[in-house]
Design a protein around this ligand. Structure first.
Ligand SMILES: Cc1cc2nc3c(=O)[nH]c(=O)nc-3n(C[C@H](O)[C@H](O)[C@H](O)COP(=O)(O)O)c2cc1C
Length: 203
């Protein structure tokens, strides 16, 4: 598997086998079909603490991410991301935004910014985007409304960009809470599989 493209999915859903997870699995299946090596990280199972706003990670200039003093699994996840060529970032819509689980991870990405105390806004350390990303989201509301009136896709896209990835597509599943265990529709799955392939083949 030495030269295989590596795809890492980061899942911010609380439900394994839920809508977001099903779609992520299909994106990964498409990528694997195109020859990728795939790995899924459930934030639910990963020890990621809240950012404490100590800002130590933002004080030193340079292109590499700043060092966070919190001893948890965040560094392991970020090493995994930095070693991959493609990403899947996924979250349901909860209370009009990404899940708290996702947001906790996203706030820790501040280590990719240079932001000394006294400066009003951060500067992204690197504008390079060597990776590709697919974004996955779901909502009880119709997808178009949720995309228009929530920042879910924007948050996932900003996160992808901080992680050095440009987005090749988004699967946003609306009306995803009609049943407790709702299966993803055929067209959703087709789109997810195609985007998974695109993560690997359109380089
Ligand atoms: C606490 C909570 C808040 C939610 N807030 C919203 C919301 O603001 N807008 C929306 O369209 N759906 C909302 N939903 C519905 C979820 O987005 C939807 O059930 C989604 O499919 C969950 O993803 P999953 O299937 O991967 O678990 C909410 C669900 C929960 C449990």
């Amino acid at each position: 598997m030495g030269d295989a493209v590596k795809v890492v999915a980061i899942v911010g859903s609380y439900r394994k086998g839920g809508m977001v997870d099903q779609v992520v699995d299909e994106v990964l299946a498409g990528a694997a079909q195109a020859g990728a090596e795939v790995e899924k990280v459930y934030l639910l199972d990963t020890h990621v603490e809240f950012c404490t706003n100590c800002r130590l990670c933002t004080q030193t200039p340079g292109g590499a991410r700043g060092i966070c003093p919190i001893a948890d699994e965040m560094a392991r996840v970020l090493d995994l991301v930095e070693g991959c060529q493609a990403l899947v970032l996924a979250s349901p819509t909860n209370f009009g935004s990404v899940t708290a689980l996702t947001k906790r991870f996203v706030e820790r990405l501040v280590c990719y910014a240079y932001w000394p105390w006294g400066v009003p806004a951060p500067t992204v350390r690197s504008k390079e985007k060597p990776r590709r990303a697919v974004l996955v989201a779901a909502s009880a509301a119709p997808g178009l409304l949720a995309r228009l009136f929530t920042p879910v896709v924007k948050t996932l896209r900003q996160s992808a960009e901080l992680l050095g990835a440009s987005c090749v597509g988004t699967v946003f599943v609306g009306l995803a809470a009609k049943e407790e265990r709702q299966g993803a529709g055929r067209r959703t799955l087709e789109k997810a599989r195609l985007l998974g392939q695109r993560l690997v083949t359109r380089r």
